[in-house]
Structures are given as structure tokens and as C-alpha cells.
Design a binder for this molecule. Sequence first.
Ligand code: HEC
Length: 503
Amino acid sequence: MLVLLASLSLGTSALALDLTDQEQAGKRLYREGISSSDAQLQARVGASDMTVPASVLPCASCHGNDGRGRAESGVRPPNLDWQRLALGQGVREANGRSYPAYSDSSLARAIQQGVDPAGNRLDPAMPRFELTLADQRNLTAYLKRLAQERDPGVDEGVLRIGTLLPATGPLAEAGQVVRAVLEDGLAQLNQQGGIHGRRLELVVLDPGYQPDSAERALQKLLEQQRVFALVSPLVPMLDQRLATLLAPQNVPLIGSTPRSGGSAQIFDPLPGLPVQLLSLAGHAREALGLAPGDLRVVYAGNEQAGVAEQVRDSLLQQGWAPPAVQAFDGQAVDGQGILFLGRAQAFAELAAALQAAGRQPYLFAASSQVAGGVARLPEQWSQRVFLAYPYVPEDWTEQGLASLAGLQQRQGLDPRQASLQVNTLCALRLLSEALKQIGRDASREQLIAALEGLHDVSTGLTPALGFGPGRRQGMAGAHVVAVALPGPRFTSVSPYRPVPDSP
Ligand code: HEC
């Protein structure tokens, strides 16, 4: 019993950093420039001593939430690790200054007057803050803890990654596939020593079917399991809320874009539906010769309405003149070319309704939504149906194929479910690439910045992937594939290339 208790308490102390009230107040000052009293704090900036509210220039804006400094322009804000500043003997160096260890009082002088312990003037890029005694105490107390304040999920020897995969219901099978791919991938990384000396640990929770249960599972993943980041969750029931739930703690997610749109924290290795449909529109214009007024956007199912509007807006921006989006409800819609959003069943119904009315426009849709239904289309639709595919077998290199086959063999996975396997592999690949780049002092902020900086990552299974500032989808276009019937036989007719100004 005693042993058990001891190990339990050890466990929690390693997980959470409990700050005293004083340290909490110091943290607010550090991150937001806010005093524990009602007073507004001021700072003097630059060589001219201009006064600005400290809330405009909190310490964290230059030294970073983790205190490690950001080398953005000119003089680098030094690392504020207390170990470096104050503990131990010897001379410190920063930006060409040498000085002995800081004490509480020389630290206050640096922050308030801009001189270091040796009396050197700090570069005027470091503001001089006007602090009360209490504020200075709070701040000093927090600076002493700052270095220990890591984001959740980053321990000495372990980095925890989480995901939500339904264990029962319609998504259970997909959940098992994703789980197998993730476990396999992490096991491989761990065999090679993990990343920066940490073993990667996967925490999988079951989100259930309902938005409520999924939200509770997410909360548990973040607060009790304290995972650092999320990878490839299957939670369509959280579509509306996911971005809002991840934002406050800046939790990175690498997987898929919720239908309600992405956010700064959410990275999708593959192109979203709008981008895929825009690739089809490009083909409609260039290869099929459709005129600006010929295309229209048709969707089936309320949950597709938002994306349909997005697609139409992007079409407008690209010089198309589509009429208002239309909800499909069994009617034969007009138009030379129809960009369709919805499920395979509704797609087949649309084709049947059009055929009954004697119409045969071009039909365009994302393979991920309708591919399952095209085999049943009548022969008349041969070469009239075009599907967007993020990747096609021609993208697969020998090495990519070998690693996919190895995975399938080790985990007993069905090669017919390759696309889910490839999606998950890509997410894991991008995550591990970014984790390697940020080094051992991992923070969520740094992970997001590293993901954003990834480009030309080759997976051997897809076109090269990458993100960018404001760009959260790893591919900015899709292959266009024509469907020949009966069969169906699929032929790639337009290779992947980025859609200009894609969303
Ligand atoms: C506008 C950017 C900026 C802000 C805001 C800022 N600093 Fe700095 N800080 C710097 C720069 C740049 C230096 C390096 C100056 C030099 O080396 O001459 C520095 C230096 C320091 C040093 C000296 C470190 C050493 O090794 O000598 C300390 C301590 C420090 N800052 C603490 C703080 C604290 C605490 C706050 C908030 C109350 C803060 N800084 C806010 C940019 C900033």
C-alpha cells in the first residue's frame, strides 16, 4: 500500500507544475504584462525611452513562453533559465556582455533599469519596466520556475501523443486501422531510440458516438492524460467544436481538417475538399473547355452546405460564374458540369435523376466521398465522371511501397484500406519530422512553428507535403482521375499540381 501511494504521488508531481499564488501572479506579468494590483504597468522602450503599457510588450513576446528567447531581429533576447542566470559560479556571456551570476536584486536592476550584474548597459531593445516591489517579487519567483514549466506531455524520457478512436459503431474498423498504423510507427521510432532521447507514447481514448462524449474524451486526453499533441483522431462528431477546444491550450493536431474549417493548431497532411474540387474545376476549364457559367455546386446533406459555399466562393475568385449552390433532393439539376459534395449513395441518385431527365453533364467529386458508388453507375456515364485523388499509385516510390507493405504485413492490415493507412502514415511522418526539428526542449508553440516550416517532405506515397504561414494543408491540389465504365477503370488525366491561391 505504502509503495503504491509513493509511486502515485511521484507520478503526479512529475506531471503537473503547481505554481504558488505568487508564481501565478508572476506568470501573468511575464506572459501578459499585467500587474497583481490594479495599476497599469509601464515600460520604457528603445534609446528614446518611449513609454508603452507593459501589456503591449510582455516578457513572453520576446523571451518566449518558455523563456528561451526568440532570435527574430537584431539582438537576441537571452535565455532566462534561472540555472543560467543565477545558479552556480562563473562568468556568463550574452550578446557580447560578460557578467557574474545574477542575484534577486541585480535581476530587478536589469528588468527595471537595463543594466546587468557587471554594470553593462543592456541593449535598449530590452525595455525598462516600472514595477512595484510586489510585482518584482512575483516576477522573480516565477522566473525561478520558468525553466520547469514545460507543456504537458513532455517528460524526462517520454513524450505523450494522444488520439481519439471510436471502439464501437460505424467508425470502429477505421479506428482499428488508424491505431495499428500509429502503434506500428511509434514502435519503429522508439526502436531507433525515440526522438531526442524520449520514447513516444501513444494514448488512445474512445470518443463514443456523441459530441458530448467525444468532448469529454478530449478533455480527459488533455487534462488527465496530459498529451502534448494529437494525431489522426476520428471524431466527425466534434467537427463543429474541435478548433475551439484546441485553441486555448494551443494543442497541435496533425490529422484532418474538420468540416467546419481549420485553425492555427490543426494541420492536415492532405488537401481538404474545397481544394480537391478546385483541381477538378481546373481540369473542367483546361481540358474539357467548360465556360465560366457552366459549372455549379450541388450538395447532398446539410453537413455539406458550408463546404459547398466555400467551394463556390473560391470558384468566383477564380473567374467562374457559378449560380447559388443547390441542395440535391432528387431533382435533375441544370448545368454542363456539376461539382458534387455528399455521399456515394446521393451521388448515384443524382446520376439517375439526371439520366431520367435525359441530361448528361460532367460530374465532378472527391474520391474520398463518392468512389465507393461509381462502380454502380450505368455505362452512359463513362468518361463523364471525374474524381479528385490526393495521390495515385504513380506517386508511390519503391521505398514507399515497401514501407506500406511492411506495415500491412506486421499489423495484418488489408491492402484495400490503403488510403486510410497512407493518410495516417503521412500524419505521423510530418509529426515526427517536426518533433525532430524542434529539439529536446519541445513546446507546443515550437511544434506548430516547426510544422508550419515543413516543406517538400517526401513520403514515397504522395506528392511532396508541406505547410506554410497560414497554410494548414499539406497538399494544395489533387490528381484528376477519369472513370471509364463498365469497370470501373480509373485513368489519371491531370497530375497533381497546386491550385493557385488555394484556400
Ligand atoms: C521587446 C523585447 C523584450 C521584452 C518585451 C523583454 N525583453 Fe528582456 N531582453 C530583450 C533583449 C533583446 C535582451 C538582450 C539585451 C542585451 O543582451 O543587451 C534582453 C535581456 C534581458 C535580461 C538580461 C539577461 C542577461 O543574460 O543578461 C533579462 C533578465 C530580461 N531580459 C528579462 C526580461 C523580463 C523579465 C521581461 C518582462 C518583464 C523582459 N525581459 C521583456 C528583449 C526583451
